[in-house]
Ligand binder design. Structure first.
Ligand SMILES: Nc1ncnc2c1ncn2[C@@H]1O[C@H](COP(=O)(O)OP(=O)(O)OP(=O)(O)O)[C@@H](O)[C@H]1O
Ligand SMILES: [Mg+2]
Length: 308
């Protein structure tokens, strides 16, 4: 449904995208992750035929984003990462306006608006001015807005940012419902545990380059081989790191938010030996936990220069 081939975008002398390629088959939910400035918004805007690439090609359901922009616009719903002002329109008027922009016939628009409000759980807000909605509710209206012309593909730029935990869970449920309705969804986000739960595929981008793409499970497996321990010590963190680093089984040690993360090769016996070495050296270990490689791990690996 989405095919991206060697996409490149330069802003002046800055290369924002450097030969990015990936594919998203129909009905997949593709999580697009990467640090700030990696090129996510740039990619989504090119896919939405709102921005011209410098090189490479991209297709939405077979339509070329540079040569068949009209066609692309009818097939995609784009939810930007920033929403503007709403000029004193109520929620209902606002959606009706967008439905009209997308040339939905007048006699059908009322039903479209009501169905979309029901989908995003905003039926009782229909008469409220959009400007007076909370941020999370505005985001729901924006999602509804992206759907007024029933597009096959949804491009969502950080739809869950700024939402409280309950609203994020609700957003996730709405996106799953849209997948069941047959939509293909690309969603950029920094909230990795949620993507793992929601997405069927993932692409990790950094400095304009696609570092890894594929099914969530494959990407995690490819990037996080080996085992990992999360170790908390009382006060002697630096000393503990100095002890861990030279151990032959230990491949990598990193201080992460007051804890130590150590990758090692071996089994439970190896782990118990690592613990014994630390306590034997007088380090007071308060917790020692094996951690599963998740999307967060994969992300940190793929973007390792960024986090040092
Ligand atoms: N209009 C522009 N002019 C110049 N540089 C730009 C422009 N838009 C984006 N950039 C640059 O291109 C790079 C990619 O930006 P982009 O907005 O695509 O990143 P992003 O992955 O969406 O980041 P974030 O997570 O912060 O939203 C950045 O270095 C950014 O500063
Ligand atoms: Mg962005």
């Amino acid at each position: 449904m989405i095919a991206v081939e060697g996409l490149t975008k330069a802003y002046g002398s800055r290369l924002a995208l450097d030969h990015v390629s990936f594919e998203v088959p129909e009905r997949e939910i593709f999580g697009f992750v990467g640090p700030n400035g990696a090129g996510k918004t740039t990619t989504l805007r090119i896919l939405a035929a709102l921005l011209e690439p410098t090189g490479g090609r991209a297709f939405i359901d077979g339509a070329d984003v540079t040569r068949e922009r009209e066609k692309v616009h009818t097939r995609i719903g784009y939810m930007p990462d920033f929403f503007g002002v709403y000029d004193q329109l109520s929620v209902g008027e606002y959606l009706d306006f967008y439905a009209a922009c997308y040339r939905q016939p007048k006699q059908r628009r009322q039903k479209i608006v009501d169905d979309l409000l029901a989908l995003v759980g905003m039926t009782e807000r229909k008469g409220q001015l959009v400007d007076t909605l909370s941020r999370g509710l505005k985001q729901r209206v924006c999602l509804a807005r992206a759907l007024v012309h029933d597009p096959a593909v949804l491009l969502l730029d950080e739809p869950a940012s700024g939402l409280d935990p309950r609203a994020r869970v609700e957003m996730r449920e709405i996106l799953k419902e849209l997948q069941r309705m047959g939509k293909t969804i690309v969603i950029s986000s920094h909230i990795l545990p949620e993507l793992t739960e929601l997405c069927t595929m993932v692409g990790i981008i950094d400095h304009g380059r696609m570092r890894a793409t594929g099914s969530v499970r494959d990407v995690i497996a490819r990037l996080t081989s080996g085992r990992r321990l999360r170790i908390t010590v009382i006060a002697e963190k630096d000393a503990a790191i100095e002890i861990l680093e030279p151990l032959p089984a230990v491949k990598h040690v990193q201080a992460v938010n007051g804890t130590i993360e150590a990758e090692y090769e071996g089994d439970e016996v190896t782990a118990s030996e690592i613990l014994a070495t630390l306590t034997g050296a007088g380090i007071r270990v308060s917790s020692f936990t094996p951690v599963d490689g998740g999307l967060e791990d994969a992300f940190l690996r793929a973007t390792s220069e960024e986090v040092g």
